[in-house]
Each structure stands twice: as C-alpha cells, then as structure tokens.
Design a protein around this ligand. Structure first.
Ligand code: ADP
Length: 292
C-alpha cells in the first residue's frame, strides 16, 4: 500500500480531473517495469494505474511521459491509456493514467497491431525531432530538430549516448571511433524518409492485450523519427510475431535495404541498455559496429 498523504493527494488529483469524488481503497504493486514503482489503484470509480519515482532524480520524466501518451492518443491509431494527472508529493513524482484491463487476443491481433502502427507512422511533420528533450528509460533523449534523418540520428541519438558511455567508462575509445565511422556512413545507408510519429521504445514489454483483444501501447519515448526505429526495436528482445511484419510491410512497405538497417537502428536502444544495465549489451553494440 502507498502512504496516506500520497493517497489523499492522488484521490484529490483524480477527483479534480474526473469531476467525481474519488476515494482510494487499495494499491497493489504491479511488476514488469524497469524503472519506476507501479501500482494498480482500486477506487470507488474502478481501477487506475499509478507510477511513482524519485522527484530529485528525474524531475520532469512523468510530465514527458504524460505528453507522449497524449501525442500517441491524438494519432487515433493504436489504443493508448489516457494520462490523467501528474505531480509531486514530498520527494515522490506520480503519474496516474487509465488502467488497461487485460484481454484475450482477437484472431487478427498482429495484423491489427501492424495496421495501427502503420497509421501512426503515417503521421508526419516537416522535421525529425520533438518540441522538448524527453527520456528513454531514465536517460535524456535529445530532440533537436533536423530535416535529415542521418544527421538527426548521429547528433541526437548515437553520439550523445556514445559520449555518455565513454565518460562513464563503460565503453572503450575504439568503440567511439567506430561509432563516428558509422555515423559518417549513415547518409549512404538511409534513403530519404519522411518523419514518422514513433512510440520510441516499442519492445514487447511496452504493449499489452487490452480487453478489446487488441494491442494497447504505453511507456513511450515519443518523437518524430525514422519508422524503422520502432520496427527494429520490436525485434530486439524476442521480437513480435511474423504476421506483424508481413502485415506492416504490405500496408506501408519499407524502402529496400531495411534489413541491413535493423542493426543500425538497434544501436540506440542497445546503447541505452549498455548504459543502464551493462553486461552483454555492449558486446551487441560492438557486433553491429564491426561491420562498418
Ligand atoms: P516502467 O516505466 O518502470 O518501465 P511500465 O510503464 O513499463 O513501467 O509499467 C510496468 C508494467 O505495468 C508494464 O510492464 C505493464 O505490465 C503494466 N502496465 C503499464 N501501464 C499500465 C496501465 N496503464 N494499466 C495496467 N497495467 C499497466
């Protein structure tokens, strides 16, 4: 259970948002996340989902998650839990959102998921980026706008994390040099592509089967980027069903050469994992770089 002052504050925030008196009866811990404490909150108006973390460490992390969820909901493409309130109590930050009730997958679950993601990826804007920096996990995600993907990917994604990992003595100078070499080759490897609205952290732990039997996505690191980033991420830890990839390809085909770019697109989440969790992820980074 969460402490009483937090309960009162959360009850107040929900009451204000929903315009009905909300009383919190219970909070049950939910496992599965990497970063935050997560709970299912039981109230007189049903369940809500709560995320908590330490304010001092990540001051605006939940504001950014709130805005990312709103951006994805506005796409009307895939199901996304509605963010309800965010704020602080003592040394804790909180984020309250709609609770996703688990369901049973419909028979065309993967095709439907692919179609929704393709619809989301068709939402575009003139440049790659996002109005503010946000987070991937607990790492700052740079979103300075560029009209060219290779430049965006090198300057906002690969090089900042390469530098961070080197400064933290997690990777060697040789890897930094290889990464710089790869970045110089990005213009040759990526044909022109329009910016796409991305989930930004779309691995299998960041979607659930909702009670309508369809995919519900959450925990995003939203920006307008290259859509192969989302697809490469889905393949990183286990991968999605092959029906998903067939369906996506038939709805919104990728530009030839995408197979070679999977590893390159996975470098960013691999660097994130190398920095946050270490271990084998660094070997995977080196394996990808070895080809360039
Ligand atoms: P973290 O930010 O720590 O990675 P997540 O946002 O991934 O946490 O949430 C942790 C787990 O809680 C998820 O793996 C999922 O099982 C569950 N979950 C996430 N969002 C919701 C939600 N809105 N409703 C119900 N369960 C959720």
């Amino acid at each position: 259970m969460i402490d009483e002052s937090l309960q009162i504050k959360l009850g107040g925030a929900l009451s204000e948002k929903l315009q009905v008196k909300i009383h919190i009866n219970d909070a049950k811990s939910v496992s599965g996340g990497d970063i935050n404490e997560t709970f299912r909150i039981a109230t007189n108006e049903g369940y809500f989902f709560l995320k908590l973390n330490n304010t001092a460490q990540y001051p605006d992390l939940f504001q950014q998650e709130f805005s990312g969820l709103q951006e994805l909901r506005a796409a009307y493409a895939l199901s996304v839990p509605k963010p309800l309130a965010t704020g602080t109590v003592a040394d804790k930050s909180y984020l309250l959102m709609e609770f996703i009730q688990k369901g049973v997958a419909v028979s065309d679950f993967w095709e439907n998921f692919a179609a929704g993601l393709a619809r989301q990826h068709l939402i575009t804007q003139p440049h790659f980026g996002y109005p503010v920096p946000n987070y991937i996990g607990t790492l700052k995600q740079y979103n300075t706008p560029y009209s060219n993907w290779p430049v965006f990917y090198a300057f906002n994604r690969l090089m900042p994390l390469t530098r961070l990992a080197y400064d933290k003595k997690i990777i060697e100078q040789q890897t930094v040099k290889q990464m710089e070499r790869l970045c110089r080759q990005l213009p040759r490897l990526f044909p022109a592509e329009q910016p796409a609205l991305l989930h930004g952290d779309l691995w299998s732990g960041n979607f659930m089967i909702g009670n309508d039997g369809r995919a519900c996505i959450y925990d995003p690191a939203v920006y307008y980027g290259h859509r192969e980033m989302d697809l490469a991420m889905t393949r990183l830890f286990g991968g999605f069903d092959t029906r998903f990839y067939y369906a996506y390809q038939s709805i919104y085909p990728l530009v030839p050469g995408w197979q070679e770019r999977i590893g390159i697109c996975q470098l960013y989440p691999l660097l994130v994992h190398t920095i946050l969790f270490g271990g084998n992820y660094y070997s995977s980074v080196r394996e990808v770089l070895a080809a360039y």
